[in-house]
Every structure is written in C-alpha cells, then in structure tokens.
Ligand binder design. Sequence first.
Ligand SMILES: C[S@@+](CC[C@H](N)C(=O)[O-])C[C@H]1O[C@@H](n2cnc3c(N)ncnc32)[C@H](O)[C@@H]1O
Length: 340
Amino acid sequence: MFAMQDIQEDMEGKLSISPLRLNFKPALPFGAIRNSVDPDDLQRFINACRSVRGKSLHKLLQGDSFELLDLFPPECVQLHFTSIPYGSIVDYTGSGLEFGSEKTYQKFLDRLELFLAASFRLCKQGGCVVLNARGLSSGSGCGPVGSKTFRGRSKIAAKRGVGRQSNFAEGFRRKDFIDLPGDIGRLGSKVGFTWRGDDIWEKTRCLPESVKDRHARVHENLILLTKGPLYKFDRSRLRQLGSKMDQSVLRLPTSTANYGHPATFSPILAEHYIYAATDEGDVVLDAFGGVGSTALAALKHGRHSITMELSHDFFGKALDRLEYFASGFQGEVKVGKPLT
Ligand SMILES: C[S@@+](CC[C@H](N)C(=O)[O-])C[C@H]1O[C@@H](n2cnc3c(N)ncnc32)[C@H](O)[C@@H]1O
C-alpha cells in the first residue's frame, strides 16, 4: 500500500506547475463498479462528458486496451496522453497480452500500428496524441532479469524490473540504436496523423545508465501526433499558469511516489500537455494507464478521463489514487481473459 501523503505531495506539492486546487466536483452519474464493458454504456459516458458542466467524469477500465479502444465511439477524445510499454524492459503482468512483450521489434511495430490506428479513430478532429517513449539499445548482451546473462545495475533495480534490456535484437547489430520515437512518428503519419515532432523530457532525478562508451541517457521523448494540421494546443497558457516550460525540453523529476509501479511518470508531465492541449470538459485518454497518473492530472483540472490498464494490481492502485483524491468516480472492471 502507498502512503497517502505521497498522493498529497504528487497532487498538491510544490512541484506542481499550477497553483490550482480541485475546483471541479468529480461526478458519479452511472453507478459503481461493473463486471463487463458495454459499448452502450461507453456511449452514454461520452454523451455525459459532452453535456455535463462543472464536473469531471472518470472511467477506469481493466483489460487489454487493444480490445477496449474498439468499444468506444469514434472522435470522442481530445487528448490521448500515454506512455508506451516496450521491449519487455519491464515485465508488468506476464499475461502474454502485454504490449511490448513481442518477440521481435517488427512484431511490436505491427501492433503499434494497430494501436495508432485505433487512437486515430478515437481522436477528435483537431485533437492530439502524445506518446512517451525513448530510443532503445539492441542486443547489448543482457538478458531478462534473473537470467544468467542479466547484468543489471543493482539488486534493487533488478527486483523492480528496471534495467532489463530489450528483446528487440533481431535485425539489428549489437548495440545498434533502435529509433522508437522516430518509428512512432512514421507509423503515426502512416495511419493519418500529422507528425509534429517531439519534445524531450529531461529526467532530473533518475537512475543513471551504467554505460561507459557513450553519454548516459537521462531523457525520454514525447512524440506529438495531431489529427489534422490545425489542432488545439496553446503554448502560451503554460506561461500564464506560471510554468517556465513552454519550450521543447521539459525538465522534470521522475515520480517520487510510484505506488509499486516501475515506470510511472509524474502527473506534472501529464498536466503540462493537458493544460496546453485541452479545455475544461474535454476527454483525456490514457490507454496504458498504469497507476493512473494521467487520470489524476485530468481530474485536477476538470477534464474528463478514460484510463485503461491490463494489470489488476495497477488498476486497483489507480482506483485507490483517484478515490482518495476525489469523492466519486466511475470505475469498471472488465472480466475477460484471466491474468496470472
Ligand atoms: C509505462 S507503463 C505506464 C505508467 C503510467 N504512465 C503511470 O504513470 O502510472 C505502461 C502500462 O501499460 C500496461 N499495459 C501493457 N500492455 C497493456 C495492454 N495490452 N492493455 C492495457 N494496458 C497495458 C502495463 O501494465 C503498464 O502499467
């Protein structure tokens, strides 16, 4: 279990780019946790998001986002902000459904294209998709955590699954750079998005890489895809709200409170894009929601949110976090393929 003061620190702490407090009442108009996902209910949820004023609505779905995305009506999301799991760097659920557990990079890219096409369908005209990812190193001689070839940084890092090297060695020379951010942009463009480039998240508090033959990487990329060349993104809002980060390098620490998740980002990262790319009442989606950082940021600023997460454990923690911060939300449990 996590400490409640961590959540408080996350959402109200001095790191926040905004002095705002929770001004919007989260609402619970449709009842409590359900056992399956009904597309009609999702349509009702979207209708309610369009009509409700002064409240924010939140939907959490446990299950495979590749199935769940298809259940939503088209053109319902203003911003899809998510962090892509890849290369089995972290083995989250071991369910086999997990995105990023594909055996080759090409298979991963094939699924990524399906994911981007599904995102494109859901995205409103003039909406944005922002994907957090980073370049990978191929075949540096390390294997999965615990294997004989694993050469992780520390026992703690190994236990948390951090430091595991990518599976994606096939087709690359040893130590080749795998340009995942670039591939996301190219595939996004292929499915219809406008590829607007990327921002850099410079991680001011992170485990340094142990490499000796190049600079230790301390950044990740945020790839911006838009539906159409004219889209909602107002950089000047960030200045108005007191953030100095209105340029392409965002200097932010990794999250201090990770709730047992090895790859959380700080809600402040999500806040940044939510401010610039949505208005109150817009719907923000995170299809790889982890412990709910995007939903928390949306809730804080009166945006509606949809969160999808495969792992029961992380899904439960996301619910706990939102529940703590809000007095009501709409959660759903999808029963489908059992997870180990
Ligand atoms: C990089 S983490 C996201 C962490 C999140 N940004 C946060 O701050 O908590 C990626 C998440 O995607 C989830 N995931 C992987 N495959 C999935 C799938 N097919 N459907 C839904 N979630 C999936 C993993 O369980 C993991 O929690």
